[in-house]
Design a protein around this ligand. Structure first.
Ligand SMILES: [Zn+2]
Length: 393
C-alpha cells in the first residue's frame, strides 16, 4: 500500500489536486489528503508515502494497435525466418520497453500463432514486466492478402467465419481482419479492397455472440466503408478516409485508430535507412491523403482511439508516447489526445477498469513532470510508472 502525495490528478474527468492511494494493484482512494487518510486507516498496515508534489498523476497510456513480435527493424520481411523462440524474446523486450515508457495496456493486432496471447498470460502471471496485453491471435486475411506471412488465410464467408472462430477458441480478446491491402506487403496495392462485404459480415457476425470487439485494417475508402457497414468496431489506419466514410463512422460510433507513428516511421526514415523502396513509395503516396483523413475525421466527429502499429519500421515500443504529439500535430487538442489514449481506447477494448484515476480502477498510473493537457510532450518521459500497482520505472 502506498500514497502518491501532493500532486495533481489529470485524466478525462479533468485536473484536480488530489492524493492517490493504491493497494492490491488498485486505486483505493483519490481526493483530499484527509479523506484519503481515512480510507487507508481502515486497511491493515502502514502505507509508503511517495512525494509527487509539483507533479501530475495520470492514467497509463493504452495503445490499441501493436505487434509484439516485430521490433521496428527497417525491413519486416527479414524477421520471417526467425524462430518462434526469437520472436518470443523480442516480444518480452518490446513489452518491457512499452511499460517503462508509461504504456500500461496494449492490444496486439496480429502476431504469429498464439505468441501475443501467451505474452499476455506471461505478464498477468508476473513472469515478465509489461503492460496488460489484449490480443487477436492471428489476423484473418484473404489468400495472398496483406500480411499473409503470418495471417490466417480464408476465402468466402464460411471460411472467414471459421477462421474468426478459431481465434476466439484460442482466447482472442479482439478479432482483426484485413479489409484492404497494406504498405508493408510487397506487391499489395495499399488501398485496394481485400475481404469482400460478405466476408466482412461473416467476420463481425462471428464476434457478435460474445460481444468481442472487431478491428479492420483498412487504408482505401471502399474497404473502410465495407468494414463500417459490416459493423466493425474500429478502422485501423484509415489513411484514405473520405468525407463520406468519416460521416458513416461518426454516425455509427466506429472508432478510428490512426497509427500516425507507422506512417511517420517510414516517411521520416526512408530508403536510406534500409526500408524497402516499395514500402517507402506507398507511404509517401499515402502521407498527403492522411492529412485529409484527419480533416474529415475531425470535422465529422469520428471517435478516435490511440494506436501506433508499434513494431513497424522505426516505430519502437519505447517511443509509443510520441503518438500523442503526432495526434496533436494533426489537429487533436491535448485533452482529446488524452481521451483517445485512455477512456476512448478503454471503451474500444471493452475494459471498464482502466483509463481513469478513480477508486476501484487498476493502479495503471504515470507520474509526469507537467500537465499533458497543457504540454503534450509531458507524456514522453514519465518520472514513474505503476502497472497494476507495481512500480516498473
Ligand atoms: Zn498493424
Amino acid at each position: 500500500m502506498y500514497v502518491l502525495r501532493g500532486g495533481r490528478v489529470v485524466d478525462a474527468a479533468g485536473t484536480r489536486e488530489a492524493d492517490v492511494a493504491v493497494a492490491d494493484g488498485e486505486v483505493v482512494a483519490v481526493g483530499e489528503p484527509g479523506a484519503v487518510d481515512d480510507a487507508i486507516a481502515a486497511r491493515e498496515g502502514d502505507p509508503a508515502e511517495i512525494d509527487v508534489g509539483d507533479q501530475v498523476v495520470a492514467p497509463g497510456l493504452i495503445d490499441a494497435h501493436v505487434h509484439v513480435m516485430m521490433d521496428g527493424r527497417p525491413d519486416v520481411s527479414t524477421a520471417v525466418a526467425d524462430s518462434d523462440y526469437t520472436a518470443s524474446y523480442r516480444a518480452a523486450s518490446n513489452l518491457d520497453a512499452a511499460v517503462s515508457a508509461g504504456v500500461t495496456t496494449v492490444r496486439d493486432l496480429g502476431s504469429r500463432g498464439t505468441l501475443a496471447l501467451d505474452a499476455g498470460e506471461a505478464v498477468s502471471a508476473g513472469k515478465i514486466d509489461g503492460p496488460r496485453v489484449l490480443a487477436c491471435g492471428r489476423n484473418v486475411i484473404m489468400t495472398g492478402g496483406h500480411g499473409n506471412w503470418f495471417g490466417r488465410e480464408a476465402d468466402g464467408p464460411a471460411e472467414v467465419r471459421k477462421a474468426a472462430r478459431e481465434q476466439l477458441k484460442a482466447g482472442a480478446d479482439v478479432l482483426k481482419c484485413m479489409a484492404t491491402g497494406g504498405v508493408l506487403t510487397e506487391g499489395a496495392v495499399t488501398g485496394a479492397p481485400e475481404l469482400t462485404p460478405e466476408e466482412l459480415a461473416a467476420f463481425t457476425d462471428a464476434a457478435a455472440p460474445t460481444d468481442t470487439p472487431t478491428a479492420a485494417h483498412a487504408h482505401g475508402e471502399v474497404g473502410i466503408k465495407n468494414a463500417v457497414e459490416a459493423g466493425i468496431s474500429s478502422v485501423e489506419h484509415g489513411t484514405f478516409m473520405d468525407r463520406e466514410a468519416a460521416e458513416m463512422m461518426a454516425e455509427r460510433g466506429t472508432y478510428w485508430v490512426p497509427t500516425a507513428s507507422a506512417l511517420r516511421g517510414i516517411v521520416d526514415n526512408g530508403v536510406e535507412a534500409g526500408i524497402p523502396e516499395d514500402a517507402v513509395a506507398k507511404a509517401e503516396d499515402a502521407a498527403g491523403r492522411f492529412d485529409d483523413a484527419w480533416d474529415h475525421a475531425l470535422e465529422a466527429g469520428v471517435p478516435i482511439a490511440m494506436g501506433t502499429d508499434a513494431g513497424t519500421p522505426f516505430n519502437f515500443f519505447g517511443e509509443i508516447p510520441q503518438e500523442m504529439a503526432y495526434m496533436v500535430d494533426y489537429g487533436l487538442s491535448p485533452e482529446r489526445a488524452l481521451e483517445a489514449a485512455t477512456v476512448n481506447a478503454a471503451d474500444l477494448l471493452g475494459l471498464d477498469d482502466v483509463g481513469l484515476v478513480e477508486e476501484g480502477y487498476r493502479a495503471d498510473l504515470v507520474v509526469l513532470d507537467a500537465d499533458p493537457t497543457e504540454d503534450v510532450e509531458a507524456w514522453q518521459d514519465p518520472d514513474a510508472v505503476f502497472a497494476r500497482g507495481e512500480r516498473v520505472e
